[in-house]
Design a protein around this ligand. Structure first.
Ligand SMILES: CC(C)(COP(=O)(O)OP(=O)(O)OC[C@H]1O[C@@H](n2cnc3c(N)ncnc32)[C@H](O)[C@@H]1OP(=O)(O)O)[C@@H](O)C(=O)NCCC(=O)NCCS
Length: 275
């Protein structure tokens, strides 16, 4: 959408791609916050020029001056989510920009990849799981039930970390203070209990909380709608996607993996009607 407003969308140069990235970074908080306002029947609030992204975003979302603790927590969340090596969505960005497509298309590929429940979409699932559990006393049976049915528990496990995700350790402290401040301590206690039960059941396998686990209750306590969690993740990760895309352009080569065919050889073509 932002691309359609950019007359330089098809210009291919380092400067043009960088300015596209800046437009995406600058416009995303406004788009996300005002999308939420409009669907609540509220007026659009314009972004502020002189504040941090966190402050401006919260002000647009709620049309009031955000509290210091909430602003600080969101700021930290955005920093922690901004980049994380060659994760799935960053890899998608690199594949797309590697075809000499443009920054807007590359970030669009990344967003589509981020929303998957095995990646950034997990934070929304964590929150829906917390809402599904009938209070603190029901946590243990809920988790054990899921594990016995071989269902994964969202917000746990990581493709790279086999110890606790360091971002989760940090987020946990915020989740607790925000939950206390906003009267959502029960949610935090339930999260801690899930972590405790999971640790006993699958901790030895290297399954620990990841970044999505405590960011879920943190965003919820801040009053954000659950379906904004992954867009807020994207709002931050734009920076990482853009940085990797720009770096790739400095020494680009088309990314083209190969696959190994394991089907039959020498098969004859059979027209669909005769199959
Ligand atoms: C992130 C994730 C995709 C990593 O996958 P992976 O490295 O391929 O891990 P595997 O699927 O090989 O899992 C290894 C074992 O741990 C189990 N496991 C992995 N994540 C689990 C979870 N969240 N809950 C319960 N068990 C889990 C698997 O079932 C598997 O068990 P098995 O060896 O008995 O078959 C995976 O942990 C997951 O789906 N997590 C939930 C979604 C999530 O939070 N994603 C955000 C990541 S930042």
């Amino acid at each position: 959408m932002i691309a359609t407003y950019d007359a330089d969308c098809d210009v291919q140069s380092r400067e043009a791609e960088e300015s596209k990235a800046i437009r995406v970074l600058a416009a995303s908080p406004t788009i996300i916050a005002n999308f939420d306002r409009l669907r609540r029947g509220l007026d659009v609030v314009r972004p502020s020029q002189d504040d941090s992204v966190a402050t401006s975003f919260l002000r647009m979302l709620n049309d009031e001056e955000p509290g210091q603790a909430t602003t600080k927590a969101l700021d930290v969340c955005l920093i922690l989510h901004a980049d994380h090596g060659i994760n799935a969505s960053t890899f998608a960005t690199m594949v797309a920009i590697g075809t000499e497509s443009d920054m807007y298309s590359a970030i669009t590929a990344a967003i589509g990849t981020l929303r998957g429940p095995l990646h950034g979409g997990a934070n929304e699932r964590v929150m829906r799981m917390l809402q599904e559990i009938d209070g603190l006393d029901a946590v243990e049976d809920f988790v054990l039930g899921r594990l016995s049915r071989k269902e994964k528990v969202p917000g746990f496990g990581h493709r790279v970390y086999k110890a606790i995700d360091p971002r989760a350790t940090y987020l946990k402290t915020f989740a607790e203070s925000i939950a206390t401040e906003t009267g959502n301590l029960e949610l935090f206690k339930m999260s801690r209990k899930i972590e405790e039960v999971m640790e006993g059941q699958v901790g030895a396998k290297g399954i620990h909380p990841n970044v999505d686990f405590y960011s879920a209750s943190t965003y919820f306590s801040m009053g954000m709608a659950i379906d904004l969690f992954t867009p807020i993740f994207a709002m931050s990760r734009n920076a990482g996607w853009a940085a990797h895309a720009l770096e790739r352009l400095e020494d680009n080569r088309l990314i083209r993996p190969r696959c190994q065919y394991t089907g039959p050889h020498g098969a004859n073509y059979v027209p669909p009607a005769d199959r």
